[in-house]
Unconditional design. Sequence first.
Length: 507
Amino acid sequence: MSTYNSLKSGTDMRAVAMGDKALLTPQLAERIGRAFAEWIDRRAAASNTQDEVQTIAIGRDARLTGEALLAACAHGMAMQGFRVLDFGMCTTPAMFKCLVGDQPLAQASIMITASHHPADRNGFKFFTPQGGINAEELSEIIALMEEDFEPSGRMGIVEKSDYLRRYTKDLMELVREKLDDPVSRPLLGLHVLVDAGNGAGGFYAAMLEQLGAWTEGSQFLEPDGTFPNHAPNPEDPAAIESLSQAVVKHTADLGVIFDADCDRAAIVDQSGLAINRNRLIALVSAMLLNQEPGLTIVTDSVTSSGLSKFIGEWGGEHYRYKRGYRNVIDEAKLLNAAGINCPLAIETSGHAALRENDFLDDGMYLSTLLICEAMRLKREGKTLSSLIEGLQEPVESAELRLNILPEDFRSAGVKIIDAVMDHASEAEGWTIAPDNREGVRIAFDLDQGIDNAWFLLRISVHDPVLALNIESDIPGGVKSILSALYEVIRHSTDVDFSPITNYLHAN
């Protein structure tokens, strides 16, 4: 096994980059750059397009270690003979958009970011014109990091490039297109607060102002890699609460919040209600289904039963798939290739990819669509929240993470899941969900209701953890289900069950 495998985090590389325990150093970043350039070069040679491959783009978020890691990585790619475009502080979606369209600027790109993770972390995301690389391709790059291949016979160059200006211009044109309004200020009369979390997305507020929106009350727009105000995470309760309070205080129409690299987003409505997770999926689904019924919406596995009912009531089909934004996006692409009309792949974390945007998970593209919809609805005297009034939300919910103890954690996790599956196939009142595509999802009929509670037990995408999600439409349902599940798995010595016992004792 490669000594660099510890860097793997799904389809990205990620590690501590600050302090005495830093693994992700500039020296390692240079090696990553060389390996990625060599990987691109060999792919081009295999497809007889080697002469066409000349340029790789690279950008970073606001993290303190980003500038040094970018410089080292860019130098590594230049050592392999590549022209490198240094976009400086940028967004992850922009790093993909520069590879596609009528005038692509590069043949591959790298974004240096650790997304919503703490300030001492950093990481690498890799793109080709086909999208983000997959896990197998990442393994190939890591294997190349182990090789002692020679530098190119010629030294490439590193050039500065302000691609963010072009990306911003494209978003502005999107607003005029969606609102069918060629005027310079089509958002005039809409009050939008932007919370960039001190990440890379602060420029979005200035863009909205150019389009006529009022952005008074926007916060944390200045890049600061220490993230001093709240975690740069649209799922973080403290971050959402901060934006909610600001929206209410300034009587805004809505607020938008991004993670550090802007591939995820959430919004807050005029009342301060957070529209993220299932609510966000419902809102985007309603927008699309209002235009064209019969669409299929692909989500990850932890979405609620209420969301499925909501999508069905709007005339759509809910297709649950595996956790992990790459999994969701790739499945949506496969469904479209099979002739299924699927315009949206969206994860509860806020990764949302639309077919009309090359299935790129772009928080700013999504937010721009939502802002346009808010503008249209305001002209009709309505709000965005009116689209999700029929969404049934659970009375109770819980999300627990159970550490798997053996080194071979995947085998141990599969053993637990198999035991639950075996029990469910025989136990009265346990129904294996028909769309069970990851781990084991069990539905329950509690208190003479029908399909009013469920749990999903799965192995985490990134960590040696069993992730457990439970929802119930009746009071006391979560504890009842958790107690029953615990009786099935409690005798295993491979898992730390203290989160379950702590929850049961506290509730």
